[in-house]
Design a protein around this ligand. Structure first.
Ligand code: 2HG
Ligand code: ZN
Length: 461
């Protein structure tokens, strides 16, 4: 070990697995943003809470920054290590620790993949309902760090709603057991909720107690084709008032174009400008009739022009792929991503304003927008033209983000709905959080991370 700091760490924690190969540094230093050049000091792969605690103590003494690392599927640069940091990967801490059938709580280590959490819940006849396309690669610790949302928020809420307790190693090296799975606990500040969404800037989540629920009733998936954008929220209301919605997602013809080019199956012969993928509870004749009624009502009003309904699990998967496959299908175009939200009631006015803004400011770019319309969250992916340099592309996109941020401020929205602030959205935090709040956030950071070793430069400067 050529670096004396690493040699000392290895000496203090002899069983700790450390990686310093250039290929590992590159792999663990990046997330899905791919914008920064990875340059971590090393990768530590602890196998226990004690090892994590020892690493944090060492980092405080040697003034080494730590970047906590899960599946690195983040889209805001929250897990990027480009400044000689130690990446602390939780990938070896990926086991189920306990299940309690009475409490309906699954306790897991933070490095467990979301998909494995789903499978573990299913083994007990229950469900962990937070879900998104990166389920196979992202980790539950990363989900907690960004308060991830996903495709079923309209029914089940966000990660925060499913966390019954956390074990955390703070930036100061303390091990905290937060909330212990209690349903009711009015005993002062709830640090559990402070940790959720803190993007690894206060400490490292090492274990989580997850609430589980009954498995979903049988569902069906419908794809709807819409003639224009302004009917979108009316279609949402028509479906929401008649059905128990599990998801209500939208995409444009550009999104469809990219997923089809990436191998998805074409749903209709005609190309329509807008599409909705919705999943709702069925399973009996009354519910099936309600679904048909919602569809017919929208057709009669001219809000929907075409539709397809899944007749099997495989068909449901094909329809979902049209929406879930977008991120992967545009990845090669180095998209500049926006992940914004407003209250659902503000959505119609905000959408109109955003559509006008994007049409005006991005006439020469391919703009793919889609998202979780049922919970007020839009994703706007601007694709980099092949002949434009990275820096110039980002510069142009950031100009537009400033305008978007202004519109969001007007509507009381958020610059990050579910991806986190990280490095990418840091300049715009002030459009969502007041100066007073940001000052208090800095104060909180100093309490939990007195030497500023936890993911420095992310979320706050
Ligand atoms: C999704 O909703 C993810 O599919 C990714 O949040 C969104 O790629 C994106 O911008
Ligand atoms: Zn999303």
């Amino acid at each position: 070990m050529s670096d004396s700091r690493l040699a000392e760490l290895q000496q203090r924690v002899p069983a700790l697995r450390l990686k310093t190969d250039p290929a590992d540094l590159e792999n663990y230093g990046l997330d899905w943003t791919r914008r920064w050049t990875p340059a971590p000091l090393a990768i530590a792969l602890p196998a226990s809470v004690e090892e994590v605690q020892e690493i944090v103590r060492w980092a405080n003494r040697r003034a080494v920054a730590i970047v906590p690392s899960g599946g690195r599927t983040g889209l805001s640069g929250g897990a990027v290590a480009a400044q000689g940091e130690l990446v602390l990967s939780l990938e070896r801490m990926n086991r189920v620790l306990a299940f309690d059938a009475v409490d309906r709580i699954l306790t897991v280590q933070a490095g467990m993949a979301l998909q494995s959490v789903h499978a573990a819940a299913q083994e007990h006849g229950l469900m962990y309902p937070v879900d998104f396309a990166s389920r196979g690669s992202c980790s539950i610790g990363g989900n907690i760090a960004t308060n991830a949302g996903g495709i079923r928020v309209v029914r089940y809420g966000v990660t925060r709603d499913w966390i019954a307790g956390l074990k955390v190693v703070t930036g100061g090296g303390e091990v905290l057991d937060l909330n212990n799975g209690l349903v009711k606990n009015s005993s002062g500040y709830d640090f559990r909720h402070l940790m959720i969404g803190s993007e690894g800037t206060l400490g490292i989540v090492v274990e989580a107690m997850l609430k589980l629920t009954d498995p979903s009733l049988p569902t069906n998936v419908m794809l709807l084709a819409l003639p224009s954008f302004d009917v979108l929220m009316r279609v949402f209301s028509a479906f929401r008032s008649r059905l128990q919605l599990e998801a209500f997602e939208f995409l444009t013809d550009r999104g469809l174009h990219h997923v089809l080019a990436h191998g998805a199956q074409k749903p209709f012969e005609t190309v329509y400008p807008y599409y909705v993928v919705t999943e709702f509870v069925t399973g009996d004749e009354v519910k099936e009739a309600a679904a048909m009624e919602a569809f017919q009502f929208c057709m009669d009003n001219g809000w929907v022009q075409d539709g397809a309904i899944s007749q099997s699990d495989a068909q449901a998967e094909h329809l979902w792929r049209l929406r879930e496959g977008i991120t992967e299908s545009v990845a090669r175009c180095k998209p500049y991503k926006n992940d914004i939200s407003v209250r659902i009631s503000a959505m119609p006015a905000f959408l109109e304003e955003t559509q006008a803004l994007l049409g005006r400011e991005y006439p020469h770019f391919d703009v793919v927008w889609f998202g979780h319309i049922g919970d007020g969250n839009l994703h706007i992916n601007v694709l980099k033209p092949d002949d434009m340099g990275n820096a110039e592309f980002v510069r142009q996109c950031e100009q537009v983000t400033k305008l978007l941020a202004r519109a969001l401020q007007k509507y009381g929205g958020s610059i990050s709905a579910e991806h986190g602030i990280g490095l990418v959205k840091k300049p715009y935090l002030g459009c969502t959080r007041s100066a007073e709040e940001i000052a208090l956030m800095r104060g909180v950071k100093r309490v939990f991370d007195p030497n500023g070793i936890m993911n420095p430069g992310k979320l706050l400067d």
